[in-house]
Design a protein around this ligand. Structure first.
Ligand code: NAD
Length: 282
């Protein structure tokens, strides 16, 4: 049976370490500040921001939520982002995605200074990841890497297969695995014969959002399986992995819920404090 990679426990540990770092910063009169920009009333976004607010409170991070109306114009949104960008007490800024369709997401993200881009979505930070230079990294991929680390499995020379090629999960996760000396294959919706790739994976990361996509027959015995997917089945949150069949084949498995979800939030706290301390992780 696979060892369960307990993201909830690991996130709690990261948050406790973060709180200690915040206390040290406060002794130097620095309070890390994180601003959330929420546009409209998308119920999932409201819930996500609320749970990130709570994490800030657990870590002693001052947090501000700027809740803007659905009808805001691009110019007004960019003005709001500009104000936070210039505020020296705000160390990190997070534009909760998705934003309403009439707004230009890329242009809005470009208004976040790269050094305040806690989500690691700014082109500059994405570029540093490709170049292998210091920069802020996206939180879910960082959480995926910490879960791989928790397994204790050596990454060097291992074959990592990432399913999903989005700019916020799949691609950056693949690049971080490459940086950790894995040989990396990226699969996506147009991949032919997905199973032929997944069966070769020593480390399998699935970031699709399709319940039951990964079944036991697709997994190499003993593999590390990280499930970053989120889907809903009968009102329940599930991942991409069919836990029942995969659990008896994989060596390690990150569950949903309780795997990448809490890790993503904890990494956001770490990124914010890294900025407040004046350093990047890279
Ligand atoms: P996305 O929709 O942008 O990307 C999905 C990817 O899956 C695409 O690259 C697509 O090519 C690939 N794909 C789709 N169907 C496929 C198939 N049948 N076979 C192989 N590949 C297929 O989504 P995203 O933003 O990258 O998020 C991916 C998943 O991760 C979603 O379920 C999302 O909810 C979840 N997510 C979780 C967290 C977290 O905190 N745990 C954070 C971000 C995203």
């Amino acid at each position: 049976m696979a060892v369960i990679l307990d993201g909830k426990m690991l996130a709690k540990r990261l948050e406790e370490e973060t709180l200690q770092r915040v206390q040290k910063l406060k002794e130097k009169n620095i309070t890390p500040g994180l601003a959330f920009i929420l546009v409209g009333e998308d119920p999932a976004s409201v819930v996500y921001v609320r749970s990130k607010n709570k994490a800030c409170e657990r870590c002693g991070i001052r947090n501000v939520t700027v809740h803007l109306p659905e009808t805001i114009t691009q110019e007004e949104l960019e003005n709001e982002l500009g104000k936070l960008a210039r505020d020296p007490e705000i160390h990190g800024m997070l534009l909760q995605l998705p934003i309403p369709k009439h707004l230009d997401e890329a242009a809005a993200i470009a208004c976040i200074p790269p050094e305040k881009d806690v989500d690691g979505f700014h082109q500059m930070n994405a570029g540093t990841l490709v170049n292998g230079t210091p920069g802020l990294r996206a939180c879910t991929p960082l959480g995926i890497m910490d879960l791989v680390k928790l397994s204790g499995v050596e990454t060097r020379g291992r074959h990592a297969v990432v399913i999903g090629r989005s700019a916020i999960v799949g691609k950056p996760a693949a690049l971080l695995l490459l940086e950790a000396d894995c040989t990396v294959t990226i699969c996506h919706s147009k991949t032919v014969d997905l199973k032929s790739y997944t069966r070769q994976a020593d480390i399998l990361v699935s970031a699709v959002g399709k319940a039951g996509l990964i079944t036991g027959d697709m997994v190499k015995p003993g593999a590390v399986v990280i499930d970053a997917g989120i889907a809903r089945v009968d009102g329940k949150v599930v991942g991409d992995v069919d836990r029942e069949s995969v659990e008896s084949v994989a060596g390690y498995l990150s569950p949903v819920p309780g795997g990448c979800g809490p890790m993503t939030i904890a990494e956001l706290m770490v990124n914010t404090v890294d900025i407040a301390e004046g350093r990047y992780r890279g």
